[in-house]
Design a protein around this ligand. Structure first.
Ligand SMILES: O=C1O[C@H]([C@@H](O)CO)C(O)=C1O
Length: 543
């Protein structure tokens, strides 16, 4: 069936963590409404831009857009952003059951709260390979009191001004900032908007919690006090179930976990998230895991669990390695790849500006979207020189402070042979700060990839390839690259279009930590004219 939504996108004053701030809302809601659909449905969303002074574009994260690459929502890649006052229609098919999300893909707008969940259920008569009584969505995010304009301006200034750590963590759009010393008109801790979010459960029942991380910066650990969870889904794929006390979740990832309400039902429990991989300066995010019929606002009698140590990289890595495809649902990857692209992730300076680069190239998006430029055979939109496939791995020390003097910024893209199998090896390194390497969640548009392996240190092309998991690798669309480590992925370039592959940390994407690849663009059908209107596409509309 076709599900039609009309979404009015506008700024609204919100007090999501008690501090009053402009947030982007969809039909008044931040986070936006959940799209609940059934596998095979067609989703039609009319996005009405009422931001008054700002463009918008919405990406449907995890939806492959097979046959509709122009609906991917990536500003500068697949479409011209939607201008204030305009309405743009996204049409796409949700072809696989699972947990997905949507968010702004324009500038640093995701930071302002333009995001939500997409839950796709199986068609009638088909069941999941696990049982549960109820299904609940939980959106995890971080929250800044500065606007995305202040962030973007600081990042693109000399001297560089880092956005810093978020003020709050939100669970389903609710957090709690310490308002002491602030005027109630600015920060009011009794505002009902920032009362903790609650999940009410019935003793003995099992809940499928669909978690989606839409943080701008933070990697998180999620846990429910005194309750274990069984991980069963990741990015729309079934996971070989495993039990854990806490789940590490990176920006752009989704998981389903099963939780049974099997503890003392006479009290409530804390649901908590805490920052990992960066030294936390943000208090934990808290929600109430409420056993019916206790009052849903009754605070648990205990202190919230502190969560795991932020810098326990080994435990973060261990969980990544544990996530495998579920027996009976394994899609085995091709045994060999046709091409290997190694991407060294570094922070560096270009003409005095702080940037993030891949093999010394920091990406900048052209003002004409690639999809249209390639379809219309425009030759002067981007640099046609192919970007580097590797870095000088013999001589590059990933443990010393990054000092890439020959880095540059470019619009160049990777052209992949249609249907070829491509390996990507993400290599982490030290940033420009001594003894600091950051985690980066990498997200691929238009495809899922097999996660072949993770490792510490520098990737070794002889020994490490032999350790690839070709038996039961999980397929995902977002995966962490751990500090000072590497992550190896394989995917089939079988979806005609132009696609982004990027770090899902908003500031890092903004600073050039992305690559673009094209595959089978000649097979792309007719791009709607509403995707045009910017850069060199303007000249085409007149004709
Ligand atoms: O991109 C980043 O810049 C800062 C820091 O490295 C420089 O101030 C930081 O923590 C990032 O993640």
């Amino acid at each position: 069936i076709e599900r039609h939504y009309i979404w009015e996108v506008s700024y609204q004053y919100k007090s999501l963590d008690c501090y009053k701030k402009l947030a982007i809302a969809i039909n008044g809601l931040t986070p936006g409404p959940t799209i609940s659909a059934v596998q095979g449905d067609t989703i039609v969303v009319d996005v009405v831009n009422n931001l008054l002074m700002e463009n918008v574009a919405i990406h449907w994260h995890g939806i492959r857009q097979r046959g509709t690459p122009w609906s991917d929502g990536a500003d500068g890649v697949t479409q011209c952003a939607i201008m204030p006052g305009e309405t743009y229609r996204y049409t796409f098919v949700v072809d696989r059951a699972g947990t997905y999300m949507y968010h702004s893909h324009y500038g640093m707008q995701k930071e302002a709260g333009l995001y939500g969940m997409i839950n796709v259920s199986l068609p009638l008569g088909v069941s999941e390979p696990f049982n549960y009584d109820f299904d609940r969505g939980i959106i995890l995010s971080d929250w800044y009191h500065h606007t995305s304009y202040e962030q973007a301006t600081g990042l693109s200034s000399i001297p560089f001004e880092w956005i810093g750590e978020p003020q709050s963590l939100l669970i389903n759009g609710r957090g709690n900032y310490n308002c002491s010393g602030l005027a109630p008109i600015v920060c009011n801790s009794t505002n009902p908007q920032c009362s903790p979010s609650t999940l009410t459960v019935i003793s003995g029942k099992t809940y499928r919690l669909r978690l989606a991380s839409l943080t701008s910066l933070s990697s998180l650990s999620f846990q429910i006090e005194d309750h274990e969870m069984t991980v069963v889904e990741a990015d729309g794929h079934y996971v070989e179930p495993f039990v854990t006390k806490n789940l590490y979740i990176y920006s752009g990832e989704t998981y389903s976990v099963l939780v049974t309400a099997n503890q003392d039902p006479s009290r409530n429990y804390w649901t908590s998230i805490n920052v990992v991989t960066r030294k936390p300066q943000t208090p934990n995010g808290l929600a109430i895991f409420n056993y019916y019929p206790n009052h849903f606002h009754e605070f648990p009698p205990t202190n919230p669990p502190p969560g795991p140590l932020w810098n326990d990289t080994q435990s973060q890595m261990n969980q990544s390695v544990t996530i495998k495809a579920r027996q009976g649902y394994i899609v085995t990857p091709p045994k060999k790849s046709d091409r290997v692209i190694v991407l060294l992730n570094t922070q560096n300076k270009i003409n005095g500006y702080v940037r993030w680069s891949l093999n010394n190239v920091s990406h900048s998006l052209p003002s004409t979207p690639y999809l249209i430029a390639l379809r219309e055979h425009m030759t002067d939109v981007f640099d046609p020189t192919p970007p580097p496939e590797d870095y000088d791995s013999e001589n590059y020390d990933i443990y010393s402070v990054s000092n890439n003097t020959n880095a540059n910024s470019s619009t160049s893209i990777y052209r992949l042979q249609f249907n070829s199998t491509v390996d990507i090896i993400l290599q982490s390194a030290n940033s420009m700060t001594a003894n600091c390497s950051e985690a980066h969640p990498w997200h691929l548009h238009g495809h899922d990839f097999w996660v072949l392996g993770y490792g510490e240190g520098k990737f070794n092309s002889s020994g490490d390839i032999e350790k690839y998991n070709l038996v039961d690798p999980i397929m995902k669309n977002t995966v962490p690259l751990h500090p000072y480590g590497w992550t190896a992925l394989r995917f089939q370039a079988d979806n005609p279009g132009v696609w982004l592959f990027h770090c899902h940390i908003e500031a890092h994407f903004f600073l050039g930590m992305l690559m673009v690849f094209e595959s089978g663009v000649e097979k792309v059908g007719c791009i709607p004219k509403s995707n045009y209107g910017c850069g060199k596409t303007k000249s085409l509309i007149k004709r």
